[in-house]
Design a protein around this ligand. Sequence first.
Ligand SMILES: [Zn+2]
Ligand SMILES: [Zn+2]
Ligand SMILES: [Zn+2]
Length: 257
Amino acid sequence: MNSVRLTFLGTGTSHGIPVIGCTCAVCQSSDPRNQRFRASVLIEWQGKTLLIDTPPELRLQLVRAKVTHLDALLYTHTHADHIFGLDDVRVFSGRQCAPLPVYGMPQSLENLQRQFFYVFTETPMGGGKPRLDLRKINPLDQPFEAEGVPVQPVPVWHGPTPVLGYRFGDVAYVTDTNDIPEASLALLQGLDVLVLDALRQQAHPTHFSIPEALAIVERLKPRRTYFTHMCHDVDHEKTNRQLPPGIQLAYDGLILE
Ligand SMILES: [Zn+2]
Ligand SMILES: [Zn+2]
Ligand SMILES: [Zn+2]
């Protein structure tokens, strides 16, 4: 497999769409592209399968995408919408009879150890827990190999929170950000595909709005761009029609080859 295959497992903001109990037009929409699990992607490249983040709907996402095997897990950051499906990866560490390598910035891995204390506590029989092999990404801006797959981490800001985007060859996934430092913009040159956070039309303190995301695209000029982490203000059909050529909203289940 020479080119990166990217599967959108979830493209919604932290509430998920539909939002619980919401009667707005997008949450009530029958367009499946308006139904968004929390944000996650699957990367298949060089014969390996990598998962980025473990949202609360992870089991449903992996069943729907028919994922049978995982080689590694990468975290962007540890907000609740990106981590609380972690327990479900135990099926892979069990089936593969090996701990699953987990990559993230040092503070993300420390947060995981606190938030999932039972996973990292010795118990007599470990069958019910994921077995994880935590691997710190350090320094944050240097390429590394995840199970042999070359990965370029891309440090960005999400309000006050540091987040890692990831670049695999000509494909980059950059979610949960409202500020990409110059040094990181330099790591995103010459892309075939850019996946970028774009929460809604209106400005937000920790996410790019659609106009802000468009300004980043204008600077980086990737061949194709897909926006993700949308909230229920964003109707897929209506918004997509207004985006410039080469830029589209992602939706759950979309696969890029
Ligand atoms: Zn998020
Ligand atoms: Zn709604
Ligand atoms: Zn976040």
